[in-house]
Design a protein around this ligand. Structure first.
Ligand SMILES: Nc1ncnc2c1ncn2[C@@H]1O[C@H](COP(=O)(O)OP(=O)(O)OP(=O)(O)O)[C@@H](O)[C@H]1O
Ligand SMILES: [Mg+2]
Length: 454
């Protein structure tokens, strides 16, 4: 069953129940109060006849009472203590006689109700006792129930009409309400269906600030993320195939040449050497891609230990120093002694090597590269600053992306794939830290790692 139908049905049943119960309650109350009113007025009329009788009990008073009742819808019967009827304003019929017979002698002065069953009986009736100096008796008052019945049936018609109005109004309201309530859900259902089919270009309008609005917002965010990931994956695959194509073209070209019979052995050796180097390059690319994929899948477990930073940095410093000296670049290390961090030494060493490798590759002779480590608040800040060529501002947002290089043409000279920083960033992040860069073309670059202090 459709959600809108289900929702509509539930609202309908609930309102119908509430309406029926309150209608019945209201109807009964109106009828009861009308009957009470009729009975009370009947009794009051009887009492007032009694008062007149007690003031002057004679024929003319009785005549007077008869006259008073002649043109009303009420009837009066006055009977003495012996049960003799002294006065009647209407001929006593069977219905009235039945009521007269059940009267008792001990009556309260303000009178009692003898018959209130308006539904089954032809009359409602009251009785009031009177007492003169000579005799006692009763004043019976009757009223035809036809009037009340007519009133009730008119009331029923009104109620029926009101119910029809309310029901039709309810139908329209529920119809519109369920449409309004379920519309965003239907849009979202459609959107998720599209998403599951791989179409990420969905747009889910956020129409409200309630839970439905939040859900719409989440679906939109999910769609955008998926779209971005799809785009990224396509770009990445395009870059990889490009990266692989270049060395493979070299390998094929040089293999063709090396296969020729008319070349000198030295030449052949040279070409075979290039083939070897290019194969090595492809191998390295695949290995690095593989390790990135493993980090992505969280298979890359790191085993952290508490490490004193200065000796750790110093060992790395010593390892890379010869390369810097060969290129005539000064390398400085400046760190406090009492800094401790929780790191996986070999993985974190790879982070620093990747960044230092860049400093070396992208700096000219006679410059200085500085490794610094300081404590700030409860963090440890490690920075590697070079005085190299710098990174153009428009490239900075992308340097941590896979296979991104500022100068693609220099790749063959520097031998990079554009993976070093992507790997470094991932590794810093699985250590719970952050890696950022600031750079100025011509002036130099500084990479900053922030870690929690141990
Ligand atoms: N210290 C730096 N100075 C100037 N440019 C830099 C520096 N570090 C990185 N870059 C730029 O950012 C790009 C990405 O760096 P990354 O280390 O990811 O790749 P790579 O060094 O080219 O190759 P790989 O590290 O995979 O061998 C580099 O190609 C370079 O253009
Ligand atoms: Mg690099």
């Amino acid at each position: 069953m459709k959600l809108s139908v289900k929702l509509g049905l539930w609202i309908f049943i609930c309102i119908l129940l509430i309406e029926t119960v309150s209608m019945i309650f209201l109807h009964n109350n109106v009828v009861r109060s009308r009957i009470d009113q009729e009975l009370n007025s009947l009794k009051a009329r009887g009492n007032s006849h009694r008062d007149v009788l007690e003031m002057a009990f004679n024929d003319s008073t009785l005549q007077h009472i008869r006259l008073m009742e002649a043109h009303t819808d009420t009837f009066v019967v006055v009977a003495n203590s012996a049960g003799e009827v002294l006065l009647t304003s209407k001929e006593i019929n069977e219905g009235m006689k039945k009521i007269l017979d059940q009267s008792s002698s001990q009556l309260p002065r303000q009178g009692v109700i003898l018959q209130s069953e308006w539904k089954e009986e032809a009359y409602i009736a009251t009785v009031t006792p009177y007492e003169t100096g000579t005799d006692k008796g009763s004043v019976y008052m009757f009223r035809d129930t036809e009037n009340v019945k007519a009133f009730v049936s008119q009331l029923n018609r009104h109620f029926m009409l009101a119910s029809i109005w309310i029901l039709s109004f309810m139908f329209i309201t529920i119809f519109l309400l369920t449409k309004v309530l379920t519309r965003p859900l239907i849009i979202m259902k459609e959107a998720t269906r599209k998403l599951s089919k791989g179409d990420f270009s969905v747009s889910v309008p956020v129409q409200s600030h309630d839970e439905l609005g939040e859900l719409a917002q989440s679906i939109q965010t999910l769609a955008n993320d998926l779209n971005y990931m799809k785009q990224e994956r396509n770009d990445f695959l395009a870059s990889i195939s490009h990266e692989l194509r270049t060395p493979l073209t070299y390998i094929k070209g040089y293999a063709d040449i090396a296969r020729r019979t008319n070349i000198r052995p030295q030449e052949r050796t040279h070409y075979l050497q290039i083939i070897g180097e290019e194969s090595e390059r492809v191998n390295r690319l695949l290995e690095e891609l593989f390790s990135l994929a493993r980090i992505d899948q969280n298979e890359f477990l790191i085993t952290k230990e508490r490490v004193q930073l200065f000796p750790f940095l110093h060992s790395i410093y010593e390892r890379v120093l010869p390369a810097f000296l060969t290129k005539n670049i000064e390398l400085q290390l400046d760190s406090d002694q009492d800094i401790f961090v929780d790191i996986d030494p070999s993985r974190f060493g790879q982070v620093l090597s990747n960044i230092l490798d860049n400093a070396l590759k992208y700096s000219n002779e006679g410059t200085t590269t500085t490794i610094r480590a300081i404590k700030r608040d409860r963090n440890v800040v490690i920075s590697i600053q070079d005085q190299g060529i710098g990174i153009p501002e428009e490239d900075i947002p992308y340097v941590f992306e896979r296979l991104y290089r500022v100068e693609k043409s220099r790749a063959r000279i520097t031998g990079g794939f554009g993976l070093g920083l992507a790997i470094a960033k991932q590794l810093v992040e699985i250590h719970g830290g952050s890696l950022s860069v600031k750079s100025k073309p011509g002036a130099g670059t500084v990479f900053t790692i922030v870690l929690k202090e141990s």
